[in-house]
Design a protein around this ligand. Structure first.
Ligand SMILES: Cc1cc2nc3c(=O)[nH]c(=O)nc-3n(C[C@H](O)[C@H](O)[C@H](O)COP(=O)(O)OP(=O)(O)OC[C@H]3O[C@@H](n4cnc5c(N)ncnc54)[C@H](O)[C@@H]3O)c2cc1C
Length: 249
């Protein structure tokens, strides 16, 4: 049996981020990851570093989202230093477009609630009518009636971010094993015994970062992680040329 100090179950954005952070602090974790048939949000997301609309009726989450967006420039600089990969962070503000007056009103109400619930500490936003939106984002289709603009929003290149985290964590000393799906975790006095097909590991500490699989794994260590799965379909490509230029904020 393989013996380690720290094991991270799951090598998605969460597992890889934790592994990179630990490796930077001198703890070299073992990352056991699943396979390509797993449901893996980290390989198929939009890369938005988004703040507006987050934390309705959860002001701590609204402020947390804002605070974490603010540390992205420092984080991506460190990531670029460790991986050599530029993740394409852009934080020039962003728009939520509305296709009906009712939709625009509903989003405005949510944003105003967030502002109230955070005592005005959530980032400022502008409600723009169609003409104001068109002046800033020429080329919009006829169905857009207006938008909400928030200067705190931005995005990164999701595929590069994932690649950078995996590169950085391994360069810094994390050991990564793909196709190592953990089937069982057994707590013992010596540590946790993790078993899968063809391997078993004893680890003093374990981080569960297996995405939706945390629901199955958590009870094995006395935790509860109720998750609800909602399935959709997206097409993953490299980013295209800018289609809607943003002229001014
Ligand atoms: C369509 C879509 C768009 C999104 N857009 C954004 C966005 O723009 N901005 C944003 O911030 N968030 C976005 N998200 C959310 C974000 O992608 C997820 O919150 C994030 O990727 C979750 O990462 P994770 O590491 O927890 O999970 P996952 O990506 O699911 O990774 C879990 C990993 O664990 C592995 N695993 C599973 N079971 C086991 C096991 N038993 N043993 C070992 N390994 C296991 C899997 O193989 C996988 O690699 C989006 C999500 C979706 C679905």
């Amino acid at each position: 049996m393989y013996e380690v100090d720290m094991t991270i179950v799951g090598g998605g954005l969460v597992g890889a981020s934790i592994a990179w952070g630990l490796a930077r602090s001198g703890i070299n974790p073992l990352v056991l990851d699943g396979d390509d048939l797993d449901l893996r949000a980290s390989r198929a997301n939009f890369g938005l570093v988004w703040v507006q609309g987050k934390g309705l009726h959860a002001p701590h989450y609204a402020l947390w989202s804002d605070a974490s967006a603010k540390v992205w420039p420092t984080m991506t600089k460190a990531l670029s230093d460790d991986s050599g990969i530029d993740v394409g962070l852009r934080q020039a503000g962003a728009y939520t477009f509305a296709l009906s007056e009712e939709e625009l009103e509903a989003v405005r109400e949510d944003m105003e609630s967030i502002a109230l619930e955070t005592n005005g500490r959530a980032p400022h936003f502008d409600v723009l009518n169609r003409q104001q939106t068109l002046e800033r984002v020429p080329g919009l289709g006829p169905d857009v009636v207006g938008s909400i603009y928030c200067s705190a929003d931005g995005h990164a290149n999701a595929l590069r971010l994932f690649h950078a985290l995996h590169t950085a964590m391994q360069k810094k000393g994390a050991a990564y094993r793909s196709n190592h799906r953990v089937q069982t975790i057994e707590p013992t006095t010596e540590g946790f015994i993790l078993k899968g097909h063809g391997f078993s590991v004893i680890s003093r500490r374990v981080v569960l970062a297996a995405g939706l699989e945390n629901e199955r794994l958590a009870p094995m260590v006395g935790l509860s992680c109720p998750l609800k799965c909602s399935k959709g379909q997206i097409l993953v490509t490299e980013k295209s040329q800018t289609a809607l230029p943003c002229l001014s904020a």
